[in-house]
Write a new protein. Structure first.
Length: 281
């Protein structure tokens, strides 16, 4: 898809599975998309995301190439080739100044933190998940919790608060995850997709071993060598044998991405017809 100067520029914050699904959807809809994340993200579902572009320089995800950018002067060049999404780990303020996005989507999914206000960082700002308040900390919010409202665009108020258990996979909910018991550096010799047995040592944080909670395939695994904080999610096991999914875009990220795309397309259509760049009700 050839980029041109008239395309609406979108900046997606985060490279996790949800952020990546959003970026993928918006790119395929014709928007100029850029991803920003930290230099050492702790994201676990890396085969369902653009995250590994940060570590390896580039990654192919669902037909699109994610390419790490370390020099803002490379941005324009990287936006021109087809099927390429730049992944930037440089200073966020400098990136905003250089890229000047019309739309910003905060998809970092920091569920246990109160997100800073995104309002004013772009003509349209969208916050995903708990703790965002549409009309106060972002212009629009999108529901990210499982249920009938998954992917719903919220014009006033907040998405559902963090609560309950994750959706079951093979009859298992939160017990399929491993959280770091301490702060330190994550180490592993395993790869996503590897089969592990319950109780098997899969990784370490410094010298503390982390064991597989279940038998199954590794769906999520923080990258080797990444510093993590205590209670950071670092391992996920999919206990489903033949139907385990650890690559591609899963149902929940796809639904959230659809909601973001609907919000963005509605805003872009009104902007085209009225020239009004403020969020529309």
């Amino acid at each position: 898809m050839k980029k041109d100067k008239n395309q609406i520029r979108v900046l997606v914050r985060g490279s996790n599975d949800i952020a990546s699904a959003v970026a993928h959807s918006l790119y395929n809809a014709g928007f100029a998309v850029l991803i920003h994340d930290s230099p050492l993200p702790t994201a676990t579902r890396r085969k369902m995301a653009f995250t590994d572009a940060i570590f390896d320089g580039q990654v192919l995800f669902e037909g699109l190439q994610g390419v790490r950018i370390d020099d803002l002067d490379q941005l324009q060049t990287c936006l021109v080739p087809s099927h390429t999404i730049p992944v930037v780990v440089l200073d966020f303020s400098l990136l905003l100044e250089k890229y000047k996005p019309q739309i910003l989507v905060d998809a970092r999914m920091r569920k246990h933190q109160q997100p800073e206000s995104q309002c004013g960082l772009a003509p349209l700002t969208i916050g995903l998940g708990p703790n965002f308040i549409a009309g106060e900390t972002c212009d629009l919010a999108v529901e990210t919790s499982w249920g009938d409202s998954l992917g719903k665009v919220i014009q006033h108020g907040s998405p559902s608060p963090l609560q309950g258990e994750p959706r079951p996979l093979g009859g298992h909910t939160r017990d399929r995850y491993v959280y770091s018991p301490i702060a330190g550096t994550f180490h592993t010799e395993f790869n996503i997709g590897d089969y592990v047995e319950a109780g098997q040592v899969v990784a370490w944080v410094d010298s503390t071993p982390l064991h597989a909670p279940l038998s199954g395939h590794l769906r999520g695994l923080t990258r080797h060598g990444v510093p993590v904080q205590q209670s950071t999610k670092v391992i996920e096991v999919d206990p489903r044998s033949d139907s385990a999914q650890f690559t591609g875009i899963a149902k929940r990220p796809a639904c959230i991405a659809e909601g973001v795309l609907n919000a963005v397309q509605s805003w872009a259509l009104i902007r085209k017809h009225t020239g009004n760049q403020s969020p529309a009700n």
